[in-house]
Design a protein around this ligand. Structure first.
Ligand code: UDP
Length: 247
């Protein structure tokens, strides 16, 4: 078990990227489904308002810190996390690792055609990754039994779910018992990045912790939701001041 760091009630695993990959490889040796979520500061803020989401996040087998905001908060709270482990980077590490251990995947999410495009690009870049199936992320509840059957029939080891947060976390939690995959991972908009329909922020912006600014420029309609970023920092500063007073 890795050490957990409490960020506003969300218990993040204090792991490096290498350690996260080792944990995923251990999960693949088991039989039961393991849940991996990748909370960023927006999702943690959502969890402070949604106790069900907080419980779901905390029920995960691996919760990695996705984003510079979470790392900054851990420093302000004097419980420093080792490094940022973003969802997309972890998926890329698992894909790279297929050179050592062939691994199979099912991709669920994105608009019609996007998961298919992502699959083609992934197999091109990582020839040892087996994509056993894919499906778009727009469906109603009556279609879920068929989708679950399709995933189980594919015998994929890892299910990548990109339905946006908190939909994907709730979907994974609700269906975990019915799924035969060994790893169930929520990956947000990563399917769009693999498909080439969305771009990652340039490296210099990612290094400077400015992914949020890149996304705001690309998707101005996210502005309202992004107000959670300054709220997250304010909440963190308040908590740090209260902690120091109580010392
Ligand atoms: N999406 C989906 N089904 C839905 C709603 C969203 O498959 O009912 C997909 C959407 O096409 C996109 C991803 O979920 O690929 C949401 O990406 P976003 O970047 O908004 O993720 P978040 O930042 O919410 O994790």
């Amino acid at each position: 078990m890795s050490e957990k760091v409490d960020i506003h009630g969300v218990m993040i695993d204090n792991v490096t990227m290498d350690e996260a990959l080792d944990k995923v490889m251990d999960m693949l040796k088991g039989q039961t489904p393991h849940k991996i979520f990748t909370p960023n500061s927006e999702i943690i803020m959502q969890a402070t308002r949604d106790p069900e989401l907080k419980n779901i996040l905390n029920s995960a087998d691996l919760l990695v810190p996705d984003g510079a905001g979470v790392i900054l908060a851990s420093r302000i709270l004097k419980k420093e996390l080792k490094e940022k482990v973003s969802g997309i980077d972890l998926v890329k590490r698992i894909l790279k690792n297929t050179e050592k251990r062939a691994t199979s995947f099912f991709i669920l999410g994105g608009k019609p055609g996007v998961a298919e495009k992502a699959s083609v690009n992934i197999v091109y870049d990582y020839p040892k990754a087996k994509i056993k199936g894919y499906r778009n992320g727009y469906f109603n509840q009556s279609e879920e039994p068929d989708i679950i059957k399709q995933i189980n029939d594919s015998k994929a080891e890892i299910l990548l779910v990109g339905l946006g947060a908190p939909k994907q976390e709730k979907w994974i939690h609700r269906n975990a018992e019915k799924l035969n995959c060994k790893v169930l991972m929520g990956i947000g908009g990563s399917i769009d990045v693999f498909a080439g329909t969305a771009k990652l922020a340039p490296e210099f912006m990612r290094k400077a912790g400015l992914e949020w600014l890149f996304r705001l420029i690309k998707e101005p309609k996210r502005a309202k939701r992004m107000l959670d970023l300054p709220r997250f920092i304010m909440l963190t500063l308040k908590k740090a001041i209260a902690d120091r007073r109580n010392q």
